[in-house]
Unconditional design. Sequence first.
Length: 326
Amino acid sequence: MKIYIKSENIRLEIHGSQLMAIGPQKETPINIERLVEIWMHPDTSLSSGVLAYMAEYGVQVIALDKELRPQAILHRLVSPSRAGLRKWQLQVSLSSHAPRIAARWIIMKQASQLHMLESAEHQTRKSAWYDVLRDIVAQNVLLESSSEPLAPDIARESYFARIYFKALNDLLPKEFRFTSRSRTPAIDPVNALLNYGYGILYTAVTAAIQRVGLDPYTGFWHKERDGHPVLTYDMIEAFRPIVDKLVLNNITEGIWSIGQFDRRQDGSVNIPIESRRLLSQSIMKEIHKHMPPDDDRLTAECRWLVEEITKLAAEYRTKGKIIEPI
């Protein structure tokens, strides 16, 4: 179970052995044994004793800032029993298996992005952009089924992304259309919403990686840099279409209007607080969609990675097979 505290003036307290969320008008008990993750509004108050209590039960605490962006993840220390997994994760990251694992996530992303465009009732289905994207996804299927080494193709991935965002732009109402992707700062509402949504996803992916005992700082494709969780950068690729779809749907369905967004002094676009809350909650809901209770798509993918690393480690132990470096 995951909880998102979106209200102000909520206190978390321990009453006996029960965790309680106390608001101005009501008190809500929380089943600590089922709780996996809690996202906290910046005005949520709690003691260090409550943090220690949640850590004892393995609950991850995600602290949001005033703009409801994830600011920090607090979790219990990784179990020593996972030290072996992290050792093999490092070895696999340096081996010829790493590019194949990273390519899987990019292929998943591109297939999902194409499916989203196909599902939209729009002339993009008949445009040249669609044909280009369809050809690349078809090539991916052939590459996955072949015996040839599989690795991310940076040039093709970049080309796909440029065409994809042009096709996505065609789906938007004219007042929301953008000239290109802009990250920091975002110079239009769509890019601001995409960047904010990816930030929420970034935190959720990092939390899932840590929850299964993997090291988010040991990746398979993105270059390692101190302080950068490169495994998150790798894995988040597969889940970006979740954000793209939600932003597109909320705009085309009229939930957001262009007049809701204003500009800061530096030229960047400000997203209203209610729009941030809606996007954050929608992302978390989509992550859990079609999953068993107390599970989510991100953790399921992390478990797949654990199984893949464990399988490669077992091959090494039983066959004496060396994990060959790239």
